[in-house]
Design a protein around this ligand. Structure first.
Ligand code: SAH
Ligand code: SF4
Ligand code: F3S
Length: 449
């Protein structure tokens, strides 16, 4: 029996999808990339903005026909929108077999048993089946939920209060992912750096994960500026496995807006943190999230956001149009007209893209350590995606295959192997995905360090 997973939303949801997939695989199901082949489709939804929810719901609507085509097919809806709108989903899509909100993900194993009509006694046997997930870059969830109440944000409502996984559990998961092929671990949480467990703070956890056998790279997402402490900065600066790249959402450059959003820092504090980090962490790339058109945002507030972007020179960024989420503190505030939000969105995007291109352009000719993820695509430590040109030829030479054998093996097998760390010289930076060429052939991680 095969299953297909569609994931909307953030990395947390991607990690949750992976976790649910592991539960299904442990029960003997096989993942497929083709919905037509599948007997179970799982749609993992997001509700952070109305648009995200609408997209998921229209996909769910289309699944009614998919389900009717073959007897025994099942549709499962999970995630944040499922948590928020359980009853509505049931009414609008009565054909759904299981609705499991984001808060109940830790129970998914039992729900899967019921869905698949498994009996409790099967459990031991089922769980003994190892999951094979050959992801070079893996996510490990270290905390769930969020204790903040940013006034625009639905996440705390659909994911609940913060719960921290134990350090032992996290290190165990890291070992599992490494044994499945991971070389890079991204620690995940809504405010990932607020992590604490017994005497362990986030910085200690970073160190421990970095020291785990087989882990070449560590990243984390999303940190909150408030917890970007000197201690965490020091770990980033000194522990070689921790990559010099940070996604640090700022949301706005105006203190009035930051206050209205209940972000507990000022523009000046954010800028000071950035300054500290840039001093300490050589070559660090920095990206951000910004919301434009929050209720009450004046032209002057908006210009302060633009000026903060100019000042920080973010390497890239995600710009979101404010979307009202029912039940959040900002929901009763009067909204700006859509045209004004759209106009600010365009202006902001143009600025962010212009800076991003200028920064990327400077990379042409520089050499980077790239961890190959698949099909000649990899990532620099600074988190740029890179296409490695000429990798095919190198790999073929190495394998010593004649032309016919190469042709038989096909394109996939002629790539540099996923999991390899190579040195790449950047040759083109026009697009967000850089292009580069292998420098001095392949080298191992050890002799590069
Ligand atoms: N926990 C993360 C962000 C989670 S949501 C953090 O605090 O950094 C991801 C991004 O979506 C946020 O950073 C914010 O920029 C955006 N976002 C959240 N709610 C939104 C809303 N109601 N409208 C528009 N953008 C929103
Ligand atoms: Fe939402 Fe704020 Fe929590 Fe991030 S920190 S998930 S933006 S409430
Ligand atoms: Fe969306 Fe839930 Fe993530 S609302 S952004 S999937 S936490």
């Amino acid at each position: 029996m095969k299953f297909f997973v569609r994931t909307y939303g953030c990395q947390m949801n991607v990690a949750d999808s992976n976790e649910m997939s592991r539960h299904l695989k442990a029960r003997g199901l096989v993942e497929t990339q083709d919905p037509d082949e599948a007997s179970v489709i799982l749609v993992n939804t997001c509700t952070v903005r109305q648009h995200a929810e609408d997209r998921a719901f229209s996909e769910i609507g289309r699944l009614r026909r998919w389900k009717a085509k073959r007897a025994g097919r099942k549709v499962v809806v999970t995630g944040c929108a499922a948590e928020r709108t359980k009853e509505y989903l049931q009414d609008r899509f009565p054909f759904l077999d299981l609705i499991a909100g984001a808060k109940s993900i830790e129970n998914f194993g039992h729900m899967a048993d019921q869905l698949l009509d498994r009996r409790e006694t099967d459990e031991e046997l089922d769980y003994a089946v190892p999951s094979i997930d050959d992801k070079v870059a893996a996510f490990v969830t270290i905390m769930r939920g969020c204790n903040y109440s940013c006034t625009y944000c639905i996440v705390p409502y659909v994911r609940g209060r913060e719960i921290y996984h134990s350090t032992e559990q996290i290190l165990g998961e890291v070992r599992d992912r490494v044994s499945e092929g991971a070389r890079e671990i991204t620690l995940l949480g809504q405010t990932v750096n607020s992590y604490r467990h017994n005497q362990y703070r986030f910085g200690d956890l970073l160190r421990a994960v970095a020291a785990s056998e087989g882990v070449d790279r560590v990243r984390f997402i999303s940190p909150h500026p408030y917890y970007m402490t000197d201690r965490v900065i020091e770990v980033m600066a000194t522990v070689p496995q921790v990559c010099e790249s940070l996604h640090l959402p700022v949301q706005s450059g105006s203190n009035t807006m930051l206050k209205a959003m209940a972000r507990n820092y000022t523009r000046e504090q954010y800028l000071a943190r950035v300054e500290n980090m840039r001093q300490a962490i050589w070559g660090m790339t920095l990206s951000t999230d910004i919301i434009v058109g929050f209720p009450g945002e004046t032209e002057d507030d908006f210009r302060q956001t633009l000026s903060l972007i100019e000042q920080v020179q973010f390497d890239w960024g995600f710009i979101f149009k404010y979307s009202t989420r029912e039940g959040t503190p900002a929901a009763h505030l009067e909204c700006h007209p859509e045209a004004l939000i759209e106009e600010r969105h365009q202006r902001c995007l143009e600025l962010v893209d212009r800076i991003a291109l200028a920064k990327r352009s400077k990379l042409v000719g520089t050499i980077h350590e790239v961890l190959v993820e698949q099909d000649n695509f990899g990532r620099t430590r600074t988190n740029y995606k890179v296409r490695i040109n000429g990798g095919e030829a190198q790999a073929r030479q190495g394998a010593g295959l004649n032309g016919e054998a190469q042709a038989r093996q096909g394109a996939a097998s002629s790539n540099i192997a996923p999991g390899e760390i190579v040195r790449v010289r950047i040759t083109n930076a026009q697009r967000a995905t850089l292009e580069g060429e292998l420098e001095n052939g392949n080298i191992t991680f050890e002799n590069f360090r």
